[in-house]
Design a binder for this molecule. Sequence first.
Ligand code: C2O
Ligand code: CU
Length: 524
Amino acid sequence: MFGLGAYATRMRAHDMHAMPKMGGGSALCKHMVADQPNVPRLLDPTQLKPFVDPLPLPPVLRTDGNILHVDMRETEQRLHRDLPLTRVWTYGGCMPGPTIEAESGKELRINWRNALPSKHFLPIDHRIHGAEKDKPEVRAVVHVHGACVPTASDGYPEDWYVPGQSRLHTYPNKQDAAGLWYHDHAMGINRLNIYAGMFGSLILRNEHERSLGLPQGEQEIPLTLSDRLLTTDAQLYYPVSGNSEAPWVSEIFGNAMLVNGALLPYLDVQPRRYRFRVLNASNARFFNLKLRDGRPFQQIGSDQGLLAAPAMLHSLFISPGERADIVVDFSAWAGQQIEWINDALPIMQFRIGSTRVKDASVVPPVLRDVPRMAESAATRQRMLTLDSYQDCVAEPMLMLLDGKRWHEPVTEKPVLGSTEIWNLINLTDDSHPIHLHLVRFQILDRRPFDQGMWTDSKTVRYTGPAQSPSAGEAGWKDVVQAWPGMITRIIVRFDGYVGRYAWHCHLLEHEANEMMRPFEVVSA
Ligand code: C2O
Ligand code: CU
């Protein structure tokens, strides 16, 4: 083991909306500076005609108690009318995969079959933990993000399996209605599998939510966002470092913003309310969504279901892994066209019909009871750092949780049913969306602190007041944006099941190297 401290350097700040950025800051390590990678000619999506393709809606899969069968397989998909077909890896033959609809409280069984080819088409880095040369090239395992599920069905990163094999996962769904999602989690390569197209939505519903009268049916639309880089012949390009032995890069940003797998689509809507289930399935891009002209909309839910009350928004800042349930009322804009923009760039268009319709849907002022968890309920506090390291000898860069790698002994062992406060001490210049499997939690606050003092003496000195979570973050969460320069506190009750789970940064390149740790729920 090399001395991490000696080479520790903070990751350079990054512009979250910047166009492709290759690799991390390697300025300190001259001999590590990679050759310029051979970048193929890339597509400039601003040259495409916008809003010529209707927004694709993934097929819906429901079950009447039988086992659902979903195949992982390669296919070709058209991302825009004027582009040739793109090779993608999918669940069920489309990217995003089918939207799985299930009922809270009713067990769901899914047989996930790996029917992928035996060669990967994106650049594997064999120096990444879990992706060594002795491992099969193509491996997969499905994790339902946000599911409270026994560990055997959770999609533990090391539980991957190869083409030709399947796994039957059982989801008890003993949890509230929420917009969950499923994606690959195979150790060391899931950033590539997800980039290739392996993600989809899983919507849990319940009676309470149906009783509210929210927009539903054709007025409830999934919006899954993901950014990609495409070559001029429309093939996925995954950036590399230039060192063919170590192609991993620390973050990737595409200039092609896909909505439900389409580039610059449009959606015909009526002048009435619509409910959009927004999911950011990108590897690393945060989206800052606005309606053109800054028109307001409402957020009614977050990662783990409805908020207590709707929140009025003018923009939605959503990190990889997060979900937002929003309602847009188009009734005042009959006959107009409005774009969703990500900062200044349009990503899709709504065409609002001019014929008035009667809208019986409502957004009630009270959505459900979300009791705030009392800090006094916590029996344990943990101080957990988010670090990045640069090492000139062993590898280009490494990001860690609490200074530990994945394979080191488990240090977080909460007792089943107990409540803990986790202090996420961000020592980097990046925002990291931190996700815990199995549980839901609440955000207590974010507070600026003296990083130098922490590094020197492991003591916390706050340098400003604590900031409460925004209204849209004040419900039940399973991802929290841990901002740079801040200690972000979450309060978690470890309900559900005993066993081993993962927690990690949802920037997939960070997760791979090696911003992911196991935790183990133990019985009392
Ligand atoms: Cu969205 Cu460990 O996952
Ligand atoms: Cu991160």
